[in-house]
Design a protein around this ligand. Structure first.
Ligand code: FES
Ligand code: FES
Length: 166
């Protein structure tokens, strides 16, 4: 049975009525038209659908809306969701976005939003990661173009620009 939710995405509140078990990814793409978050495997294995929930990376393909949104008529508190569209500050790119651009850390670009979101969460948790920590932290994200070396450089660059250096 459908329920009514309030969902907070990129600083905006949206109210919608939908199936509580619907994947967050579908709500973002189909209802809110935030198409930067991509569908890859649909099973929590590729990271293309990564978004931030209260600053932590989650897979939106395998997270139901009722896990992150406020449900009307209940005490359940909604969480703050950030998608790739919410990372930049107006025309100013987020430092991780800028670093990916500067390092040319993408080929087809399909995985890139998920990679940038995951890297943002990683750097929040570990502002100055070693290469090994970058590799481990990005383990949930797959790039079918295998552009990993440049991504590691980009994440290192973003860390250095944030004041961390390794
Ligand atoms: S689409 Fe969500 S992890 Fe692959
Ligand atoms: S750049 Fe093509 S999938 Fe990663």
């Amino acid at each position: 049975m459908d329920a009514t939710f309030t969902i907070r995405v990129n600083g905006n509140e949206h109210r919608l009525t939908t199936d509580p078990d619907r994947p967050l990814l579908d709500v973002l793409r189909e209802d809110l038209h935030l198409n930067g978050t991509h569908y890859g495997c649909g099973a929590g294995d590729c990271g293309a659908c990564s978004v931030l929930v209260d600053g932590k990376r989650i897979f939106s393909c395998s997270t139901a809306i009722n896990e992150v949104a406020e449900v009307a008529g209940t005490e359940a508190a909604g969480q703050s969701i950030t998608t790739i569209e919410g990372l930049s500050n107006g025309a100013k790119l987020h430092p991780v976005q800028q670093a990916f651009l500067d390092e040319g850390a993408f080929q087809c670009g399909y995985c890139t939003p998920g990679m940038i979101v995951a890297a943002t969460a990683l750097l929040k948790e570990k502002p100055s990661p070693s290469d090994a920590e970058i590799i481990e932290g990005m383990n949930g994200n797959i790039c079918r173009c295998c552009g990993y070396a440049r991504m590691i450089s980009a994440i290192r660059r973003a860390a250095e620009q944030n004041g961390g250096a390794k």
